[in-house]
Design a binder for this molecule. Structure first.
Ligand code: SAM
Length: 203
């Protein structure tokens, strides 16, 4: 009875209740935010390798993986086992990894990936310690090809909290160009996106 009840709770809600500090949201992102994030997948690369980190139940994955459907690889990394299972079952053509973003380099090396063309990221950065922000940003920038882009989002209302401000300065230390794009109002809560290029140390 209890097992049946647990299975009926959607995977995102269940993860948010079990581990609020790792999920950092009460609901998946909207289609409008997914479209913004997916627009970072490059058009000009024939067979791009795209990595998504903190894929959740696939709000971005569904939209962004369409952009590599003509050839290329889409690797979605998600730490929560139940959400990773859900991704695996519901989104074909995506390589799902139930793993930790802090191990990105190893995850990619195990799959024979030497560099990536785009990194899309849904991690709740503002809830992470500065050490964890730094560690994961280091893994991301090391994995990126010189022309690659990194995109992530932050909730507009949280822009002034210390974790958000810290993330902003960490990201500016890692990338030569950090574009803070206009807010996506059609998301609950509204979110702004970062588009970053020129990972230092990749050229
Ligand atoms: C705010 S949710 C975003 C989910 C989805 N991208 C969306 O926008 O609807 C953050 C996700 O990051 C995952 N996550 C948190 N820390 C992680 C880590 N170290 N490695 C991989 N995934 C992580 C959480 O389990 C959660 O699914």
């Amino acid at each position: 009875m209890l097992d049946a009840l647990k299975r009926s709770v959607p995977p995102f809600v269940s993860a948010a209740v079990r581990n609020p500090k790792a999920v950092g949201a009460a609901a998946p992102s909207s289609r409008a935010l997914a479209a913004r994030m997916a627009s970072a997948v490059p058009d000009g690369v024939d067979t791009p390798t795209v990595v998504e980190i903190g894929a959740g139940t696939g709000a971005f994955t569904r939209v962004a993986s369409e952009r590599v459907a003509g050839g290329g690889r889409y690797i979605a990394i998600e730490q929560d086992e139940r959400m990773a299972d859900h991704l695996e079952r519901t989104i074909p053509g995506v390589e799902v990894v139930n793993g930790d973003a802090a191990e990105l380099g190893k995850i990619l090396a195990d799959r024979g990936v030497t560099s990536v063309d785009a990194v899309l990221c849904g991690l709740p950065w503002s809830l992470f310690t500065v050490e964890l922000q730094r560690r994961i940003l280091g893994e991301i920038s090391t994995a990126m090809a010189p022309h690659a882009v990194f995109t992530t989002f932050a909730y507009v209302h949280a822009a002034r909290i210390p974790g958000s401000k810290r993330f902003r300065s960490e990201v500016e230390a890692v990338f030569e160009e950090v574009e803070v794009q206009s807010p996506v109002w059609r998301n609950l809560p509204p979110a702004m996106t970062y588009l970053c290029r020129g990972a230092r140390g990749t050229d």
